[in-house]
Write a protein that binds this ligand. Structure first.
Ligand SMILES: [Zn+2]
Ligand SMILES: [Zn+2]
Length: 375
């Protein structure tokens, strides 16, 4: 366990303690099936939970209303252009019509900037799964901006809404509307009124984001930062440093890299909500998806993540999770601290209660479990 790491016992309903079992379990009749899950499934962070964002929100009304999305043509055009040019970029890469260094540079940029999403806007800013000192927050903000995926505030807000209202009309990328909607459709279609309602509500309650100067700075200067970090520098470096053709650098190091990064993030919303096992909660759609985890620096252990969203590891120890190693490294020098984790007892108890039975085959027996009263 990293020195700054701590197990979270309070506010959690995943232990066998009677008082915690008494915590409210919600049973939602979700069309064809009854599903039961713990309140904690939807806890995003302790700060937002202090404010009841549900006051006056009638989800049933939104679920039953007639709604048909319309295309947002500018966004659709951008996505179509990005993907068409990226096909040409992939052609340049596989036929070696672009310098090998440019290809290496593009993929290195994808995987270094990816920590801005995983360790940054996701685990730090959306979930407050750990805390970070200013130099690390600045580094993560810059890495995240390289990925070009909107500003921290907007991303984190949407992600909080996703966790709070997963698989409902208020989920921005509700997987019930199908693979393509969850993958990219939600970005090119008008949002459901329930999503707009919840975005407005969360804007009022996500005060931790309002009060973080790094978030405010990145939001304020997003357009020039996007232009510099996502377009100008990635295109300029291959052209200036190893004489890549400017047009090839633009196609591979900006458009193709940007589009691949987008699709890796999209896969968490689509693949990891559809295909894989559910060791912790079989009543939700999110899954453990190894391929997504490999591509997305550890973000594909999504059944675990939806059950314990405040755990900075987003998976159990032993799973491939490079972003957890990234945070652990910064914890060692004190830039990351208060790392929150679920205890093994919580995890196993929860798996026994609601998992699909796939946890355990490869698990090492934990010597501490006897003391914690778990057999
Ligand atoms: Zn999800
Ligand atoms: Zn999350």
């Amino acid at each position: 366990m990293a020195p700054a790491q701590k197990n979270v016992d309070a506010d959690v309903c995943d232990t066998d303690l009677p008082s915690q079992i008494k915590m409210r379990l919600i049973a939602i009749d979700n069309k064809s099936q009854n599903r039961e899950h713990c309140d904690n499934n939807n806890s995003v962070d302790n700060i937002s939970e202090k404010v009841n964002v549900d006051t006056g929100f009638d989800l049933e009304k939104y679920e039953s209303m007639e709604f048909k999305s319309k295309f947002r043509w500018p966004d659709l055009t951008v996505q179509v252009l990005l993907h068409l040019v990226s096909i040409y970029g992939l052609y340049l890469i596989v036929t070696f019509k672009v310098k090998f260094l440019t290809t290496i540079f593009a993929f290195l940029t994808i995987y270094t900037s990816g920590f801005g999403i995983t360790a940054g806007v996701h685990r730090l800013w959306s979930h407050r799964a750990y805390q970070a000192r200013t130099p690390l927050r600045v580094l993560l903000a810059l890495l995240f901006t390289i990925t070009g995926q909107r500003d921290i505030y907007t991303w984190a807000l949407d992600h909080r809404v996703h966790h709070k209202y997963t698989e409902t009309a208020a989920d921005p990328h509700d997987i019930r509307r199908g693979f393509w909607f969850a993958h990219v459709g939600w970005l090119v279609l008008t949002p459901h009124p329930a999503v707009e309602d919840r975005r407005a509500a969360f804007r009022l309650t996500s005060r931790d984001l309002d009060s973080d100067p790094v978030v405010a700075w990145q939001k304020k200067y997003f357009i020039p930062l996007f232009a510099l970090l996502n377009v100008i520098l990635p295109v300029w470096i291959p052209w200036y440093c190893w004489d890549e053709l400017l047009v090839n650098s633009f196609v591979v190091s900006f458009v193709t890299r940007f589009t691949i990064t987008l699709n890796i993030a999209f896969c968490v919303n689509s693949f990891a909500h559809l295909w894989g096992n559910k060791p912790y909660d079989r009543f939700i759609k999110s899954t453990e998806n190894v391929m997504v985890s490999l591509a997305a620096l550890g973000e594909g252990w999504h059944n675990y993540h939806h059950v314990f969203p405040w755990d900075y590891r987003t998976s159990e120890l032993g799973r491939i999770n490079i972003s957890t190693g990234f945070i652990d490294a910064f914890a060692k020098i004190g830039w990351a601290y208060n790392l929150k984790t679920a205890t093994n007892a919580m995890i196993i108890s929860r798996a026994k209660r609601s998992g699909d039975g796939t946890l355990g085959d490869k698990e090492e027996p934990d010597p501490t479990l006897k003391n914690e009263g778990i057999e």
